[in-house]
Design a binder for this molecule. Structure first.
Ligand code: LLP
Length: 448
């Protein structure tokens, strides 16, 4: 029963990104099953999965093809290691991944979370320069408000004070430049691109001899509040990295696998990074598999005789897990048979049109969207762009109201995030957007 489960939940579990004191006093949601784009709690209530279970669900829940891929693989083996040996699903998936990657990315290194994929990219970048005889190149440039995961290396290239400041003493320093940000700016988009690239160039001109890589969330900076890059920045950044001999790491953990209306966000600007990290949607939102994908230039630098010790000494127990790789492969096949990326691009026009209505609500300050990645920033005053104070918890209250209305959302501060599963139909999107509108209207007009 709900009471039993709720009691055990509170007794034994510590939830991520959750203030447990508050959680203990609340009636926590306990999910029992999912079907299509909906989740069902153990009391039988249905909810739209409005943020794709933290940005990862693709085709929905209990998708036959994906379920079968796991049960079929289960009849062979659940797990065997990738350390010094291989398994079939990990090989086939790597082939498929390379087929769909931006041109020039050639080798897949597996892990099991977005954060570990980032750790791996960081270590590969540093070791790459050592093999190239440039030991001094070990620093990283990152963007202000960046988020790359919660492990210490990923936090070191992160820049959200609330999550990261506590661990300051443990972090390696990274150099932080502003992400091109257009809201609350008096400048035109092209000017922002120019100004930001100029700043980047100046830094690279002075310090590229000690910089290993620039790491960026391409096209959309996610956890900082769904910030969409103006056109031209990513391409310009790629050119600068090439010019100054610094690697470009594109963290596509949030944007990868169709989320922005392209298979990878880098494709919006025809960019190939030197290292690309992805996870989340790779398995359709089923199992934890992540990848760090490298160019041959990087991979080849690690080749050498045993005695040279050029091996990449990194690997996790569950790296290349066959169940995860099998479901990822089925997921990518389903992308093709349903023409999903094009569908996302097409349906995102419908979303964009619907979202225009939201400006009727006077506390909607800015609506940012790329594909199925939407952030609606609520403000105290649209004219002055004055934010709500964080103590007003406007984001949390809005999502609470959405839950009452039948959709699960999770805010980023005052930004309401809407990231429906990629296979959502127009009818489903319509219903979800209705709830979204009502939740914002009810909350902001009530709270004033
Ligand atoms: N890189 C990017 C660009 C990401 O957006 C994420 C997770 C990661 C890396 C880490 O991947 P993971 O280790 O989780 O598989 N903390 C926020 C939501 C973060 C969004 C998830 N992104 C919240 O409290 O809602």
């Amino acid at each position: 029963t709900y009471e039993e489960m709720s009691k055990k939940n509170k007794e034994y579990l510590w939830h991520p990104f959750t203030q447990m004191k508050e959680y203990m006093e609340d009636n926590p949601l306990i999910i029992e099953r999912g079907e299509g784009r909906k989740l069902y709690d153990i009391q039988g209530n249905a909810y739209w999965d409005g943020v794709s279970s933290i940005w990862l669900n693709v085709h929905g829940h209990q998708v036959k093809e994906l379920d079968n891929a796991i049960t079929d693989q289960l009849e062979k083996i659940a797990h065997s290691t990738l350390l010094g040996m291989a398994n079939i699903p990990s090989i086939l998936l790597a082939e498929k991944v390379i087929e769909i990657m931006p041109k020039g990315l050639k080798k897949v290194f597996y892990s099991d979370a977005g954060a570990t994929a980032v750790e791996i990219a960081i270590k590969m970048a540093v070791q790459y320069w050592q093999h190239k005889g440039k030991k001094g190149k070990h620093k990283f440039i990152t963007m202000k408000e960046a988020y790359h995961g919660d492990t210490i290396g990923a936090v070191s290239v992160g820049a959200i004070d609330l999550y990261h400041e506590t661990f300051h003493a443990l972090l390696f320093p990274s150099i932080k430049l502003p992400y091109p940000y257009t809201y609350r700016s008096l400048h035109k988009q092209e000017e922002i691109v120019k100004k930001n690239l100029k700043e980047m160039e100046q830094l690279l001109r002075e310090q590229s001899h000690e910089i290993a890589a620039v790491i960026v969330e391409p096209i959309v900076q996610g956890a900082s509040g769904i910030i969409v890059m103006p056109e031209g920045y990513l391409k310009g950044l790629r050119e600068l990295c090439t010019q100054y001999n610094v690697l470009l790491i594109a963290d596509e953990v949030a944007t990868g696998f169709g989320r922005t209306g392209k298979m990878f966000a880098c494709e919006h600007e025809g960019v190939t990074p030197d290292l690309l990290t992805a996870g989340k949607g790779l398995t359709g939102g089923y199992l934890p598999v992540a990848i760090t994908v490298a160019t041959d230039e990087i991979y080849n630098a690690f080749l050498g005789d045993y005695e040279e010790q050029k091996t990449f000494f990194h690997g996790h127990s569950y790296t290349g897990n066959p169940l995860g790789c099998a479901v990822a492969l089925a997921n990518l096949e389903l992308f093709e048979t349903t023409n999903l990326v094009q569908e996302v691009a097409d349906k995102s026009v419908y979303i964009a049109n619907r979202l225009q209505d939201f400006y009727r609500l006077k506390h909607v300050g800015d609506i940012r969207q790329k594909g199925f990645m939407v952030g609606i920033e609520l403000v105290k005053d649209r004219e002055t762009e004055e934010p709500y104070s964080w103590t007003e918890r406007i984001g949390g209250l809005t999502c609470r109201r959405a839950r009452e209305l039948g959709m699960l959302l999770r805010p980023l501060g005052n930004v309401i995030v809407f990231m429906p599963p990629l296979a959502s139909t127009i009818e489903e999107l319509n219903e979800m957007i209705n709830v979204l509108y009502e939740a914002i209207a009810d909350t902001t007009e009530r709270e004033g």
